[in-house]
Design a protein around this ligand. Structure first.
Ligand SMILES: [Zn+2]
Length: 149
């Protein structure tokens, strides 16, 4: 691995339509060359509401990416028209916010970012501490977004 091989890690849906926008956004805004991708159908739902085993499997994959590739950021993305998680945009945003908070509790030396791929297959930033000016405000409060368990 050379010094030019910079990485970010994305937890994304299996949906092919969601991959390109997230990858492009990461390359542009995080200045990385590669994006490791961990996919689940409806990944935001799985991380928000899946079993401990499902969440643990995702976390293990994230750890491989962060440790092996020194990844700079972990992105969790949700998208419009998701077959694996067919809920409203508001529900997705709530879940993505909760996922971001959970991943921050893993205490990895990375920036944790939540992204939404909208109906035009464009990126909207749900949560990114380094993007204050561009950060969109979700329509639900973080308290509401907290998982019930
Ligand atoms: Zn999906």
């Amino acid at each position: 691995m050379s010094e030019h091989d910079t990485f970010a890690t994305a937890i994304n849906c299996i949906d092919g339509r969601a991959q390109g926008p997230v990858m492009d956004w990461a390359r542009k805004h995080l200045n990385v060359r590669f994006v490791d991708v961990i996919t689940e159908p409806g990944d935001d739902k799985v991380l928000f509401n899946g079993s401990e085993m499902q969440k643990g499997a995702i976390k293990d994959k994230v750890l491989v990416s962060v440790r092996a590739h020194n990844s700079k950021a972990v992105i969790v993305a949700g998208h419009h028209d998701c077959a694996g998680n067919p809920v409203s945009r508001e529900e997705h945003w709530k879940e993505i916010c909760a996922c971001v908070r959970d991943i921050r509790l893993w205490n990895l030396p990375v920036r944790v970012i939540g992204l939404w791929v909208n109906e035009r297959w464009e990126i909207e930033v749900v949560d990114d501490p380094n993007h204050g000016a561009e950060m969109a405000i979700p329509e639900v409060s973080l308290d509401q977004a907290h998982p019930a368990h």
